[in-house]
Design a protein around this ligand. Structure first.
Ligand SMILES: Cc1ncc(C[n+]2csc(CCOP(=O)(O)OP(=O)(O)O)c2C)c(N)n1
Length: 275
């Protein structure tokens, strides 16, 4: 893939549109903070990095994606809609009874491999899929997006130990490193995560850090996958919780929230004006 200025501009515009749609998707309330922190990552993955077929989500040759931080499903549901898995109009039922689209993903939503929401399971599931792909001699890759607060779950560290043992260089973990969990900074609400790069490295993962809102940087880091032959890759994506809306940015109180007419208008205008 050639990383051109035109591609970067197209993806940046798409990410902005996705944020605008997310505001509407969350009209009854939603996980704004963690959805906006990963919108650029999801937009780049689904539009330029992963091999997917929106018309045939279960296509055998697809790359697999697991939203381990399942509470960001408003972002995933939106990115899949604008990628063509279904229409944006269908998202109007988001969070309604019997809708395929909820605050957390289920397999009723086209493109979803596995339901998530209980944090800590995605990487282990990713290890299993990646291992089975290796055994079947298939080239597909497995991407797992995790929250940094999610790393407080012990199960994640078991998966971190397992993946290098099997040489799973078809597995890519992405940590949305917005430094906030649900109720405060990751470094103080539970066990501190730093030095995070050293920890992943010492578990024999190949690590790269990136600005998770820099589309060009995200494309560049993705084009280097696998970072080391025979090792799983992890991208520590430095992000801002609530990215794009000033009153949400860096405020864990916007982990989940509800906009009124005035704040909704402000959010949409700030997103529209962002570069
Ligand atoms: C096992 C489990 N424990 C607790 C929760 C409640 N919970 C939902 S989101 C969240 C914080 C997650 O923080 P992080 O992973 O950093 O997500 P982000 O900031 O990217 O939204 C918590 C504790 C949960 N969903 N699952």
């Amino acid at each position: 893939m050639e990383i051109t200025g035109a591609l970067v501009a197209t993806l940046s515009k798409k990410a902005k549109e996705n944020r605008q749609i997310i505001v509407d998707v969350f009209k009854g309330g939603g996980h704004f903070g963690g959805s906006f922190s990963c919108t650029d990552i999801l937009t780049v993955l689904y539009n330029s990095v992963m091999n997917v077929d929106p018309a045939n989500p279960k296509w055998e040759g697809r790359d697999y994606f697991i939203l381990s931080k399942g509470h960001a499903n408003g972002a995933l549901a939106t990115v899949l809609a604008t990628r063509g898995f279904y229409s944006c109009e269908q998202l109007e039922t988001f969070n309604c009874l019997d809708s395929p689209f909820g605050e957390h993903p289920t397999q009723k939503m086209p493109g979803v491999e596995i339901p998530t929401g209980s944090l800590g399971h995605g990487l282990s599931i990713g290890v299993g899929i990646a291992l089975s792909l290796k055994l079947d001699k298939k080239d597909s890759k497995v991407y797992v997006l995790m929250g940094d607060g999610e790393l407080h779950e012990g199960q994640v560290w078991e998966a971190m130990q397992a993946a290098p043992k099997w040489g799973l260089d078809n597995l890519i973990a992405i940590v949305d490193r917005n430094r906030l969990s649900m109720d405060g900074p990751t470094e103080s609400v539970s066990m501190p995560l730093e030095p995070l790069v050293d920890k992943w490295s010492s578990f024999n993962w190949a690590v790269k850090t990136v600005d998770g809102h820099d589309v060009r940087a995200l494309l560049e880091v993705s084009s280097a996958i696998p970072f080391r032959t025979g090792s799983p890759s992890v991208i520590i994506a430095n992000t801002v919780k609530g990215k794009g809306v000033s009153f949400m940015e860096g405020d864990y109180n916007w982990h989940y929230g509800l906009l009124n007419e005035e704040t909704r208008r402000q959010a949409l205008s700030e997103i529209a004006e962002a570069r």
